[in-house]
Design a protein around this ligand. Structure first.
Ligand code: ADP
Length: 450
């Protein structure tokens, strides 16, 4: 397959499509995973931010008395707060430990927007956003991102005090999400290469049977052309040699016509065999049953007919042709009479052809559970064990010269096997060189068979 340009090209095309489509699906899945991971992380951070801000807000509201003023109780709640007057070192505050963890900043504004105090991180160049319960994402001068929430603050007697802003550094989140993104981005080409390798292997496996049948077809065409060429060449040579003679006698003409007639018969026989094979092939490749003109065939009659048909040939060849019908009732199978006749004829005539004068050919009809068994037994030349499977191949002959000389096309057994298969049956051979051969055809019995 590797040498065949067409198959190689098709294999590459399959692999490219396969990798492309699977790569796209994987990329979409990767994007989905990325979004899901980032979303889950974002939600967690937001919940944490809201909980920190809400705790701080509730604690402050219990101690604030005057709008816009920070009383010492309130300052104590803020870790390391910086007021307008300066920064305080406040180690007492355990309220919001997270602020001490360098992740949060908080800012307190008067209602008018004046900054009263800051605590925790002190990002530079962070824009000021006013408003209540506003969740926004901001970036400082270095580009570090923060998620910020603003909450309105009230004094203990429910007067507006100002508002509180709590922000969380998103550096760890951004780093985590970037890592996930890189893993997915770098993983995708690796996966694509693996998919490509797997696709190459799978495409090769899937194309193997197609390639085999393509090879068989090529072989068949070459063999058929070769078989057709032989009689055509013989005819041409005969005609050319006749034309070269200065004078042609009636005897020469007669001889030439006889040669042409013989070769013509060979060609006709070969073409007829090829047509039968093509028809059965088509039948086998499509819906079997719909193609076979189904009828009930009584095998007892079929065997008798073959016997009658081949009696003269057997007599001429000095062969004793006999039958053994070992069934008491008519044995019926379903199928095509013409095809089954052709199958038995091929086997029986082969038996006669490949048995020396004085030998025997016997047609035996038996029954086996739900199958009919027809055996064609001869006492002929036999078939070597290593050839017993290949003789069913198209144009295969054990002895090329001998078979051709007898007018054999090398298609008889290939046709027999195709017919047996088209009838859901099988064909097999047992043979010993010099002793003889037994061909056995097994066909499913018709349900009405006795
Ligand atoms: P052919 O037209 O050559 O007989 P077949 O397909 O019928 O073609 O048979 C293939 C080959 O199998 C024959 O060439 C022959 O060598 C061998 N063969 C078939 N039947 C017999 C048999 N009964 N005894 C010995 N050899 C056989």
């Amino acid at each position: 397959m590797k040498q065949n340009q067409l198959f190689k090209q098709t294999r590459w095309q399959l692999v490219t499509w396969y990798t492309g489509i699977l790569g796209l699906i994987l990329a979409l899945c990767g994007l989905g995973v990325y979004e899901a991971v980032a979303h889950a992380h974002r939600i967690t951070i937001e919940q944490e931010l809201q909980s920190v801000a809400r705790t701080l807000h509730d604690s402050l509201e219990t101690v604030l008395r005057e709008p816009g003023k920070l009383e010492p109780e309130a300052i104590r709640l803020l870790p390391d707060a910086c007021l307008t007057e300066g920064c305080l070192r406040n180690t007492d505050s355990h309220e919001i430990e997270a602020i001490a963890h360098n992740k949060y900043y908080l800012r307190l504004f008067q209602k008018s927007g004046n900054l009263v105090a800051v605590a925790g991180l002190q990002p530079e160049g962070l824009p000021r956003i006013r408003g209540e319960r506003q969740l926004v994402t901001l970036a400082d001068a270095q580009g570090t991102r923060y998620r910020q929430i603003s909450l309105m603050l009230h004094t203990r007697d429910n007067r507006d005090w100002g508002y509180l802003q709590v922000g969380r550094n998103l550096q760890d989140f951004d780093r985590y999400v970037a890592n996930v993104k890189w893993i997915l981005l770098l993983g995708l080409p690796v996966v694509a290469v693996l998919v490509m390798a797997a696709g190459w292997g799978l495409a090769g496996r899937a194309m193997q049977p197609i390639y085999q049948s393509y090879r068989q077809m090529q072989q068949f065409t070459a063999d058929a052309a070769h078989e057709l060429r032989t009689p055509l060449a013989a005819m041409r040579a005969t005609v050319e040699s006749m034309l070269m003679l200065p004078r042609i006698s009636e005897v020469d003409v007669r001889e030439t016509l006889q040669v042409i007639d013989r070769q013509n018969q060979r060609l006709t026989h070969l073409v007829a065999d090829l047509l039968i094979l093509c028809r059965i092939d088509r039948q086998l490749n499509q819906n079997l049953d719909s193609f076979i003109e189904e009828e009930e065939i009584v095998l007892n009659d079929l065997v008798n007919d073959i016997g009658e048909e081949l009696a003269v040939l057997a007599l001429d060849s000095g062969i004793e042709l006999s039958f053994e019908i070992l069934v008491t009732q008519p044995l019926k199978v379903k199928g095509n009479t013409e095809q089954l006749y052709c199958l038995l004829f091929n086997l029986a005539s082969n038996g006669i052809q490949y048995t020396p004068a004085g030998g025997k050919v016997t047609l035996i009809l038996k029954e086996e559970k739900d199958r009919a068994l027809i055996q064609v037994k001869d006492t002929g030349i036999g078939i070597p064990p290593e050839e017993q499977e290949t003789i069913f191949d198209r144009f295969y002959r054990v002895d090329q010269a001998r078979s051709r000389h007898r007018g054999g096309s090398g298609l008889g057994l290939a046709i027999a096997r195709a017919i047996a298969r088209a009838h859901h049956g099988s064909i097999s051979v047992q043979s010993q060189v010099g002793q003889g051969s037994t061909f056995a055809i097994r066909l499913p019995k018709a349900s009405s068979s006795g």
